[in-house]
Write a protein that binds this ligand. Sequence first.
Ligand code: GLP
Length: 291
Amino acid sequence: MYICNSIIFNSKSELSFITFTYMRLIIEPDYENVSKWAAAYVAARINEAKPTEEHPFVLGCPTGSSPLGMYRELIRLNKEGVVSFKNVVTFNMDEYCGIPRDHEQSYYTFMWTNFFNQIDIKKENVNILNGNAKNIEAECAAYEAKIASYGGIDLFLGGVGPDGHIAFNEPGSALTSKTRQKTLTRDTIIANSRFFDNNVDLVPKTALTVGVGTIMAAKSVLLIVNGHNKARALKHGVEGGISQMWTISALQMHPKALIVADDAACEELKVGTYRYFKDIESANLDPSSQL
Ligand code: GLP
């Protein structure tokens, strides 16, 4: 028997269908445990949904260094038969404009190299925006329509930029925004130049991205926030007011949002906030406890 908000549930899976109704924050000691926790969560949600070809599990996927450890762990779980992606449909968050699809830093290349090529996903179930589409508006509208045709995204995974952006929803993005083209801020161009020989001139200046509203429309959201350079973004996401200047903070309005962070990213949280989440999640911190 499980009790939540004074309602009694008969099983753990029954309980997991209810909304969190607050933003959960899981604090792990280091990146390895963050990755293991996130991967175990994804695998557990897919398995719990028992997806079929007719009713696939719909997963939103991010790029960047933050999710790499989780992808590695999911590949391992897939190879060990713990989770299958045969009936999983994916929608990536964003894609650069103006570089070829097979450019070594395109998000298309990133996803196939670091994840899709190593799991049992069907090619036709992978969706990534075409940053070189002739008609950008049509491309973005078709992406939203395709997500809707599956009944929405079950679990949107993400990272966060040092300026608090989710996907490429830079500061100032409307919190109701949908998929569109976005101009990248100087901050993001500098941060991402590490993938382009540390040369800011080589970083694309625009990208296609799902909107804050697209992420908010997902049934659940999980963000990975690790490293000291994300500490300000995490503070604004967890303790700040809801603001278009820190788009991560919109997730405070989501009924089922979850952040998995490492200790380093918690540097700017109040001691009380840190202890509060460590306390209420104390029974849920072991990554393997979810599988
Ligand atoms: C890019 C991506 C974001 C990602 C961010 C952080 O801007 N569009 O989706 O969250 O980078 O990247 P990293 O995880 O490498 O710090």
